[in-house]
Each structure stands twice: as C-alpha cells, then as structure tokens.
Design a protein around this ligand. Sequence first.
Ligand code: NDP
Length: 319
Amino acid sequence: QRSTVIITGASSGVGLYTAKALADTNQWDIVMACRNVEKSEKVAQEVGIPNDQYTVIPIDLANFDSVREFVNSFRTTGRSLDALVCNAAVYLPIEKEPQRNPNGYELTVATNHLGHFLLCNLLLEDLKQSSSPDPRLVILGTVTANRKELGGKIPIPAPPDLGDLEGFEKGFKAPIAMINGKKFKPGKAYKDSKLCNVLTMKELHRRYHEATGITFSSLYPGCVAESPLFRNHYPLFQKIFPWFQKKITGGYISEAEAGKRVAAVVKDPEYKQSGTYWSWGNRQKKDGKSFVQEMSPEATDEAKAQKLWDLSAKLVKFP
Ligand code: NDP
C-alpha cells in the first residue's frame, strides 16, 4: 500500500521533480494539484511517472472556490492523505500594475500565500485522519524571504517586509496591493508571500504539532535558476541568472536535484522535526548536507504569525 501526497504546482519545475522523486521510490502515489490538467498529464508522462502512480486534480490557488472544490474532489477519491507539499507559486517581477484574483486581492500574495493558507486549513482535517504514523506538511520557502541568509540581504528590488499588516487589515483590495499597505512593488510581493509561507508553517506548528503529531516544515532547496519561475522576467535576466548562480554564487541546482531535496523532507526520518526550516546553503558543495537554517526575526515573530493567521482567515473566509 503506497502513501498519498498532494503536491501543488506539480506541472513544472520543483513540484514536477518532487513528484518524480517520490514516484521513483514506488512508495508514493501523487496527487498533482494543478491549474492546467492537460499540461500536467503531458509532463508527468514526459518525466516518466507511471500511469498508476499519479492523478491530476484541478486547482486554481488564486480562486478560493476552486481550492474548496479541489478538497472536495480529493475527498471523493477516498484516499488517506499522508503528506501535503505547498509548492505552487507565481513570480511577476516586472508588472507595472498589480493583477488581481476574483476577490480583488493582489495575485502573487493571493496565489502563493492565501490560496495555500486556505488549502492547509482545509486539508489539516485529512492529515489528522491520515493512516500514516508520520503525516507531514511541507511549504516551500525561499532564501530571498529570509534576511538571515545572504540572498535575503540583497535589497533589490526591496527586502520582504510585512509592516504591521496594514494592507491586510484594510481588506487588501484596490487601491491596496501590498500587505503593508504601501506602494506596489511586484518583486517584493513575491518575497512577502514567501515570508508568509514560512510564518504560516511556524503558526501551523505552534497550533497543531503537539496535538496532531503532524510534522510541519519549510525549506529552501537551492537556486533553481532554470525553472520556469522566472518566465515573467526580462529575457536578459533569464539568460544571465543561471550563469550567475552557477559561476558566481554557486547557488545553482537543477530542478531534479531540488525535487529530490523536497522529496527527502517529505519522507526521510531525519526531516521529522516540526517547525524547522531546512537549507542546503547558498553554495552547493559536493554531497552537500542540509542543515537547520536560522530564520530572520520577522519570520520567527510569533505575534506577527498569529496576526497574519487571523487576517488571512478573514480574507479567505475560513472557516
Ligand atoms: P515554476 O514556475 O516552475 O512552477 C510553479 C508551479 O506553480 C507551476 O506548476 C504552476 O502551474 C503553478 N501555479 C502557478 N500559479 C498557480 C495557481 N494559481 N494555481 C495552481 N498552480 C499554480 O516554479 P519553481 O518550480 O521554480 O517554484 C516552485 C516553488 O519553489 C515555489 O514555491 C518557489 O517559491 C520555490 N522556490 C523556487 C526557487 C527557484 O530558484 N526557482 C528557489 C527557492 C524556492 P503552471 O505549470 O500551470 O504554470
């Protein structure tokens, strides 16, 4: 009997290769939670995930009705949920004006944070009832959202900063486009959303780890400079960035390697440490080992995590 994992955004990059790495163990069935079913089927075939080991269930994380429909569809399969990987993300660094989801919320934060926030809350019930003795919930973080790491110190275009969540407090609709209520900065919206991902993981851990035994964790798998995440960036950036990460920073890793790292956090005994943020460092060493990465004061601010939780719940109308 194989375990079941749901992976959001498994149609591309890190998510796809996480699916592949878990399928390769022959111990996991993959539910690909994706917005484009046809594409997901095609890429699953291309990387060689066996037919009987994956199912695609549609989800648009920016649309909260769709998130709820996804959960209902998953439940009709009757499967036990053993792990959830919140991986999908959009990065829209050169938008002049914010795009918005059906509720009118800025799209990057709506997709990366709010959609996943709702999904985690809904699926928590399923994870609690998991037939696995070791259910896990993993949320992808990133280096640029953590000021304790070199990549998080680079202020271009601006470091993540949620302020006092004034934008969320005021309802997060136009003209508001940022969580702190200040001027729209598209690259910063991505960093803010990833910081929210880490704060959500921390708050899930604080609220539910002891009572449920679920392991909540986050990770920075390395710089996957060639993933399609950068598809909305300037073409010149897309050309130079992988080279820069390979030759200058040493941060580059392949999609396949990143997928193996996420898969390890999903299944390996050594990653059964709830509340932890894992990193493999900025520079890739041969046989590089992961370590527990220290997080920025903002990412470990318990009061902020709780406030973010309450305001996010209001914005997605949960419960
Ligand atoms: P990709 O752009 O390759 O993959 C993103 C995935 O998210 C795609 O499957 C995409 O679907 C999906 N997605 C986007 N919007 C939605 C939506 N509204 N509903 C459902 N699915 C959606 O990026 P990566 O693989 O590089 O990134 C994956 C994760 O890894 C992200 O969380 C990112 O922050 C994190 N990360 C990436 C790093 C990197 O260097 N690339 C470094 C550190 C962390 P579709 O295929 O339809 O577009």
